[in-house]
Design a binder for this molecule. Structure first.
Ligand code: HEC
Ligand code: HEC
Length: 269
C-alpha cells in the first residue's frame, strides 16, 4: 500500500514537472507570437498616424515629393542620413528625434524646402515640444518607417558637398545650417529661433563663464574647447536648466574642418 502511494507520488511529481516544462516552452512561443502581433499592431498604428499627419509633405507612401520633402521609405537611406548628418545615435533615435523636434530649417535647402506654412521646414510633432503626438505615437511612426527595410531608393544624383567658404564665419554658418543646429538654438546671425536649447548669441562669453563655474562637469580649459566639447560630447556638461540628460545630439562625425569652422563662428557670437 505504502509502495503504491510512493510510486503514485513519484508519477504525479514527474507528470507535474513535465507539465511545467511543457507550459514554459509553449509559453515562450506564445509570448513570441504575442510580441509579433503587438509589433504589427504598433506598425499599423504608425502607418495610420503617418497617413493622417505626414503625407502632404512626404507623399502617400513615404516616397517623398521632389523639391519639397525627402523620401522616408528606405532604411538604407535613413541610415545614410545618420552618417551624413553626423548623428551619433541609432537610426531609430534619429527618426524619433527628427519627428519629435522637427526642423526649423532644412539641412538640404537645395533639395528639400518643406512647406513653409508652419514657419518650419518640418514641424515638431511630440507633445514634449508642444506638438500634437504622444511619445508612444511618435515611436509607432518610427517603427512604421523602419519597417520599410533595406530597399534602396533612387534619390537622383547626390550633389557633392561644395567646399566651405574661405571666410571662417560664413563657413561656420554653412555647417551650422547643414546640421540643423538652428532648429534647437537661437542665433541672430543665422536667423535661428529654435527654443529647445540655450541661445548661441554671445556664446564666446558664455563659454568662458561656463568653464569658470564650480558646477562645470566637463574637461575644457578654454572657451573654444568648451564649444567643441558641447558639440562632440554634449553629455560632458549639461547646461543648468536643461537635462538631467542632455537633449542635444553629439556630432562625432563632423570633419575637423567643419568642427573648426563651427567653433570659430560660435566663438565670435
Ligand atoms: C510641412 C512639411 C512636413 C511635414 C508635414 C512633415 N515633414 Fe518630415 N520633413 C520635412 C522636410 C522638409 C524634411 C527635410 C529636412 C531636411 O532636409 O533637413 C523632413 C525630414 C524628415 C525626416 C528626416 C529624414 C531625413 O532625410 O533626414 C523624418 C524621419 C521625417 N521628416 C518624418 C516625418 C513624419 C513622421 C511626419 C509626420 C508626423 C513628417 N515628417 C511631417 C517636412 C515635413
Ligand atoms: C535637438 C536639439 C539640439 C540640436 C539639433 C543642437 N543642440 Fe546644442 N544644445 C541643445 C540643448 C538642449 C543644450 C543644453 C543641454 C546641454 O548643455 O547639453 C545644448 C547645448 C549646446 C551648447 C552649449 C551652450 C551653452 O550655453 O553652454 C553648444 C555650444 C551647442 N549646443 C552647440 C550646438 C551646435 C553647434 C549644434 C549643431 C551642430 C547643436 N548644438 C545642435 C539642443 C540641441
Amino acid at each position: 500500500m505504502l509502495r503504491t502511494q510512493i510510486t503514485l507520488g513519484i508519477i504525479l511529481m514527474v507528470a507535474a514537472i513535465a507539465t511545467l516544462v511543457y507550459i514554459t516552452v509553449t509559453e515562450d512561443a506564445r509570448m513570441a507570437t504575442m510580441t509579433n502581433a503587438q509589433l504589427a499592431r504598433r506598425i499599423e498604428n504608425g502607418a495610420e498616424l503617418f497617413h493622417r499627419n505626414c503625407i502632404t509633405c512626404h507623399g502617400e507612401k513615404a516616397e517623398g515629393i521632389p523639391g519639397l520633402c525627402p523620401p522616408l521609405n528606405s532604411l538604407t537611406l535613413l541610415q545614410q542620413r545618420v552618417k551624413d548628418t553626423g548623428w551619433s545615435g541609432s537610426v531609430h533615435s534619429y527618426i524619433v528625434s527628427t519627428i519629435s523636434a522637427g526642423r526649423l530649417y532644412s539641412t538640404r535647402p537645395d533639395q528639400f524646402v518643406g512647406r513653409k506654412n508652419e514657419g518650419m521646414a518640418m514641424p515638431f510633432w511630440s507633445q514634449v515640444y508642444g506638438g500634437p503626438l504622444r511619445v508612444d505615437q511618435v515611436e509607432d511612426i518610427a517603427l512604421y518607417l523602419e519597417n520599410f527595410g533595406d530597399v534602396p531608393v533612387a534619390t537622383g544624383p547626390t550633389p557633392t558637398p561644395a567646399p566651405l567658404p574661405d571666410d571662417p564665419i560664413e563657413a561656420g554658418l554653412v555647417v551650422y545650417q547643414a546640421n540643423a543646429c538652428a532648429s534647437c538654438h537661437q542665433l541672430d546671425l543665422a536667423d535661428a529661433v529654435g527654443a529647445v536649447g540655450p541661445t548661441h548669441n554671445g556664446l564666446g562669453e558664455t563659454a568662458a563663464q561656463r568653464i569658470e563655474d564650480p558646477s562645470y562637469t566637463g574637461e575644457a580649459t578654454t572657451p573654444e574647447e568648451y564649444i567643441e566639447e558641447s558639440i562632440l560630447n554634449s553629455a560632458a556638461h549639461v547646461v543648468e536648466g536643461y537635462g538631467p540628460v542632455s537633449a542635444m545630439p553629439s556630432y562625432p562625425n563632423l570633419s575637423e574642418e567643419q568642427l573648426d569652422a563651427l567653433v570659430q563662428m560660435l566663438m565670435q557670437q
